[in-house]
Design a binder for this molecule. Structure first.
Ligand SMILES: [Mg+2]
Length: 388
């Protein structure tokens, strides 16, 4: 059993939206196919992966460092000693040969993207959904296919107005979402409050709004927003300050009693641990958004979950960034609190298998082998195009 070839390609996911920090007019991602010599149903097993929106394609790093290390390794050194399968932990360690500690963002996206494709292949070789494999190997044995999802949108875009924002948010509620998210920090505080109130007027019983500043604020602004946001009953106040400013996050907790969320721009277990140690995050109400597709993949995410447990945090406080099916599988297999979803953005990479509907804020994952990409026709068309 071995990996025959790994292909990668940079794909566009541009759109004319912006958050408080960047616009997405030139956004790309890397798509990866791990081709194995294992035959299932008369065809070679191929695992697929891609990185989440926001960090661009990673092809150069993959071609120069990570793919050659896998290809040059003795195939037997990448196999699972206990099962007839490839071992994602060994593939991960091979990729990380001759890499210094620290400086994680430099390579964590490239490694995480390949790691996703390896897990997809491993679950397909085992002939089961990844969520089932994860529940058996690392969880309590039982996956819960029903996963909470929220609709992320509410970006700033030209000519939007309050009407455009309301139309977008109403569209998410009509599609079955119970929590919607909009951006803040891309306009004045007064303007943002008007936008928030416009969305709040659309919400019915049991429906909530989350807001996301994308790390834009200094402490003074973060506190000014915290005071203004305290008048609303928000689902969460996300990424107020710089992702690495743990003192800001800790201080902010003194000014905002409601739930806060952060972590999508922390790219290793060690960075996540610093947030937990020094960021003042509260395990009874706050949310953690580490995204495996940007942060060394599931091999590292398992370490992060271990770290959280050791610090008294439940996995159910994790609602990853990114809106991809990999985090849906982890949520179903290991009991995360849910997953982000971008109903109208970053297609065809985000979203759910075809036919999966959001019902009162939850989706139920179908029983597809691997991560489940084959169940999403537009996405699988891109993947098949790469694998040939
Ligand atoms: Mg965010």
């Amino acid at each position: 059993m071995k990996i025959i070839e790994i292909r990668e390609q940079t794909k566009p996911i541009q759109s004319s939206i912006r958050n408080a920090y960047i616009d997405f007019s030139k956004m790309t991602l890397s798509l990866v196919a791990v081709v194995t010599d294992v035959i299932r149903d008369g065809k070679p097993v191929i695992g697929y992966g891609f990185n989440s929106n926001g960090r661009y394609g990673q092809g150069a790093l993959m071609r120069e460092r990570f793919l050659p290390r896998i290809q040059e390794a003795d195939p037997a050194s990448l196999l699972d000693a206990e099962r007839d399968n490839i071992d994602p932990h060994k593939v991960w360690a091979t990729m990380m040969t001759n890499e210094k500690p620290g400086g994680h963002g430099e390579r964590s996206v490239a490694v995480g993207t390949i790691d996703m494709a390896v897990w997809d292949a491993v679950a397909k070789i085992e002939g089961k959904p990844l969520f089932q494999l994860l529940a058996e190997r690392y969880g309590n044995g039982r996956a819960d296919r029903k996963v909470f999802v929220y609709a992320a949108g509410g970006y700033y875009w030209p000519g939007q107005g309050l009407e455009g924002l309301e139309r977008e948010m109403r569209g998410y509620l009509d599609r079955g979402y119970s929590v919607v998210k909009k951006k803040i920090g891309g306009a004045s505080l007064a303007e943002d409050c008007k936008r928030i109130e416009a969305v709040l007027r659309l919400l019915g019983p049991g429906q909530k709004l989350a807001v996301d500043a994308n790390g834009r604020f200094d402490l003074k602004t973060a506190i000014a927003y915290a005071k203004a946001l305290s008048q609303y009953d928000l689902f969460w106040y996300e990424e107020a300050g710089d992702p690495l400013d743990y003192a800001l996050q800790a201080e902010l907790a003194q000014h905002y009693a409601g739930p806060m969320a952060t972590g999508e721009n922390l790219f290793s277990m060690q960075d996540a641990r610093n947030l937990i140690r020094y960021g003042g995050m509260r395990p009874d109400r706050d949310w953690l958004q580490f995204d495996c597709a940007l942060s060394y993949g599931l091999v590292e995410y398992l370490r992060t979950l271990e770290m959280l447990k050791a610090h008294g945090w439940s996995a159910s406080r994790c609602v990853p960034h990114g809106g991809h099916q990999m985090s849906l599988a982890i949520a179903a297999g290991l009991g995360l609190g849910g997953n982000e979803s971008y109903p109208d953005l970053f297609q065809p990479y985000g979203g759910f298998p075809d036919g999966v509907k959001v019902d009162n804020g939850y989706v139920t994952l179908p029983e597809l082998p691997g991560i489940g990409f084959e169940g999403k026709a537009d996405l699988y068309a891109q993947m098949k195009g790469l694998a040939g």
